[in-house]
Design a binder for this molecule. Structure first.
Ligand code: CMP
Length: 244
């Protein structure tokens, strides 16, 4: 489904641009140039904003809402590479190396986006070192995350991967680790390369052992460190659950 529920309108405010990490340190004179060329776009949930293989035309900044970056095979099986939230950008890879889009980016709820076209983005980059640096930092961060994911896929069992993902997605809230964003078992399964049924079993086991509780639909982690077990192996009871 590809539904755009509002026509593009021009002109983000400087206040909005200041709140976006990608523009941190960029002087007002440059932000004013960006404000002139960027435009807002609102998309409905499940809109595919960027499609893998398409030629690249724009960079997107997520102002509100959330999106997932995913790849799928011919049989429709999906792997979720990451989830994106407010303040994060996407679509830079194709703009930087000129290759087709590397993945689909789909809105998981209604999204307000800021769109900058390829030529405008390249001009902004050549004129602003802080912007280049911010983008490089984000790319490095994404590479680190990808490295950690490869490591957990290679070295951890499903139990460890679920535990790691819950910790990675948890945020500090008044001293407690809470997962604020909506995270379905299906999404978790697609992020860690396991079946939804397996993820359900492991999560039930973790919950029964008191490592987290669900409060108002949100996961609250009760232990500072959910044990992924030495070497990332299944603890005995989870292994038994898997075998059953
Ligand atoms: P692009 O290749 O132009 O289009 C798809 C976008 O998804 C890509 O740019 C990135 O912005 C984003 N993307 C692809 N892989 C990842 C990843 N591993 N982590 C975060 N974002 C990604």
């Amino acid at each position: 489904m590809n539904v755009q529920i509002e026509q593009p309108r021009r002109g983000p405010s400087l206040i909005l641009l200041h709140s976006i990490p990608m523009f941190a340190g960029v002087p007002d004179s440059q932000l004013e140039q960006i404000a002139k060329v960027a435009f807002h776009r609102r998309v409905a949930r499940q809109t595919v904003i960027v499609r893998a293989g398409d030629s690249t035309d724009s960079l997107y900044v997520l102002i509100s809402g959330s999106a997932k970056v995913l790849n799928s095979d011919d049989e429709g099986r999906e792997v979720i590479l990451t989830l994106l939230g407010p303040g994060e950008f996407f679509g830079e890879m194709g703009l930087i190396d000129g290759s087709p889009r590397s993945a689909d980016v789909m809105a998981t709820e209604t999204c307000e986006l800021l769109v900058i076209t390829k030529n405008d983005f390249k001009r902004c980059l050549t004129e602003n070192f802080d912007l280049c640096l911010n983008i490089m930092k984000s790319l490095v961060q994404r590479l680190r995350e990808a490295d950690r994911n490869i490591e957990s896929l290679a070295l951890m069992d499903v139990y460890g991967r679920v535990a790691k993902l819950l910790l990675d997605f948890s945020e500090n809230e008044r001293g407690a680790r809470v997962i604020k964003r909506r995270l379905t078992k299906q999404d978790i399964a697609k992020m860690i390369g396991a079946s939804r049924e397996m993820v359900s079993r492991v999560m039930k086991d973790l919950e029964n052992r008191g490592y987290f509780k669900v409060e108002d639909g949100r996961i609250v982690i009760l232990e500072k460190r959910i044990p992924t077990a030495p070497g990332g192996q299944f603890p005995a009871s989870a292994a038994a659950t898997e075998a059953s």
